[in-house]
Design a protein around this ligand. Structure first.
Ligand code: SR1
Ligand code: MG
Length: 423
């Protein structure tokens, strides 16, 4: 039996046999008694590393033939995307504690955490294999009619209810202290809010768009000033407990539900960071759909962007009125200004997410998997222009259709430019 009283990386993608042995032993140990006891059929237990994987952690799916299942997630000292990017292993505790807290705010919309372990820096959580990772579903151009309704509920409940509008201020400050992760914040501050504009060596730029990116992103001083403000806002505005990485690879989805996971970047930050990430990732899904002429899917993506924002606004207003506890937040006009600020931030951070996934270290498959060069040039440039419009005019975004109009206008502009240059 392996020694689990000292940290070692038990999930090793290079050694599936040893991983299977270690993870099964670990799972049996952690689920042998108490409220997390699972009556495993030991003879048929398997521990498999799934194909889909994020950029940071190591995961393994444990099952048996009696139908028991559990997802084991472990943090390593270096991130999976790059040995140079290190992140403290206590991110596993952070993620587990945030999921436990969020489960109280949005029951059924996050995976249940059965246990977490600060020695092995691992946790056992609900296996969601009856769901799909949403990015994979987007790449197959699948449609989920309830998504905007579900994700807007997730956003309002996790964000508004952890803000000073509703939460007791002392409790919120304690949580703010607890959920500070300097290493992960540092990744976002660099990968999202700096390197796409300063042209870092490790940026991943599609060669056929290099000149365009240099002109539009690396050499635009006014854009840099606006992004600098967004960076300082991200670093200094502890508005609510945000997920911190709300892209479609952090969402499990099926026809009648979503589960939001991978919240190790969770911290107190501007609400618009999460909403903006969601908008940007639906734009990636949209431009991928365009590349493959998936009209119905594209229309659905546009409706998700509009409805998520509009439903966020209506649910936010309703929850605010019924749950506000802070007397000064009840002053006439405050709610409207507060919401306007959130929507402006949403536009700004939708812009930075659009840019960093086109040029930064961590790209998205929605763009990189487009096999036709012209279609990829078109998709990426649309994202770049839409992102710039969001950032430069962030204060004018007030409703869902403001976002989709910018997207469609950017698409038209790129179409015009490319038609011109190919003449
Ligand atoms: C080192 S991690 C790179 C990116 O992957 C995560 O999912 C975050 O989006 C991060 O920025
Ligand atoms: Mg992730």
């Amino acid at each position: 039996m392996a020694d689990f009283s000292k940290y070692f990386l038990m999930i090793d993608e290079g050694n599936p046999e040893l991983t299977q042995k270690n993870v099964i032993e670990y799972t049996l140990l952690k689920t042998s008694e108490g409220k997390n006891k699972i009556d495993w059929d030991v003879a048929t237990m398997t521990a498999r590393i799934p194909k889909e994987h994020g950029n940071l952690n190591h995961v393994c799916r444990v099952t048996d033939e009696k139908g028991h299942k559990l997802y084991i997630k472990q943090a390593g000292f270096v991130t999976r995307i790059s040995d140079d990017l290190k992140a403290n292993v206590d991110r596993n505790k952070q993620e587990s504690e945030i999921l436990i807290l969020e489960e109280k705010l949005v029951k059924g919309m996050v995976p249940h955490v059965f246990f977490y372990d600060t020695v092995m820096n691992a946790c056992g959580m609900e296996d969601c294999s009856d769901y799909e990772v949403m990015r994979d579903a987007m790449l197959k151009h699948e449609i989920f009619p309830n998504f905007a309704d579900e994700i807007s509920t997730f956003l309002v409940n996790t964000l508004l209810l952890t803000s000073d509008v509703v939460m007791d201020h002392k409790k919120k400050k304690e949580l703010t202290r607890r959920f500070i992760t300097p290493d992960l914040d540092d990744i976002t501050e660099k990968l999202v809010l700096m390197e796409p504009y300063l042209g870092a060596d490790r940026n991943n730029v599609f060669a056929l768009n290099r000149d365009f990116i240099e002109n539009e992103l690396y050499r635009d001083a006014q854009l840099h000033l606006e992004v600098a403000k967004l960076k300082f806002k991200f670093m200094n505005e502890a508005q609510a407990l945000i997920h911190g990485d709300l892209h479609t690879g952090s969402i499990f989805i099926k026809d009648d539900g979503v589960k939001v996971f991978d919240c190790e970047f969770g911290t107190f930050g501007p609400m618009g960071y999460d909403i903006g990430n969601l908008v940007a990732n639906m734009i990636f899904a949209y431009v991928n759909g365009r590349a493959y002429d998936e009209e119905e899917f594209c229309n659905w993506c546009l409706s998700v962007i509009e409805d998520s924002i509009d439903l966020f606004i209506s649910k936010f207003n309703k929850e605010y009125d019924s749950k506000v506890t802070e007397p000064m937040a009840k002053i006439e006009g405050f709610k409207e200004q507060y919401l306007e600020g959130i929507l402006s931030d949403t536009a700004g951070y939708a812009g930075t997410e659009l840019h960093r996934r086109v040029v930064g270290l961590a790209n998205v498959a929605d763009l990189t998997s487009i096999d036709d060069d012209y279609a990829r040039i078109f998709a990426e440039r649309t994202c770049v222009l839409a992102g710039k419009a969001f950032i430069m005019n962030h204060e004018s975004y007030r409703k869902g259709s403001d976002f989709t109009k910018t997207l469609l206008r950017s698409e038209e502009r790129i179409y015009g430019q490319l038609t011109e240059s190919f003449r």
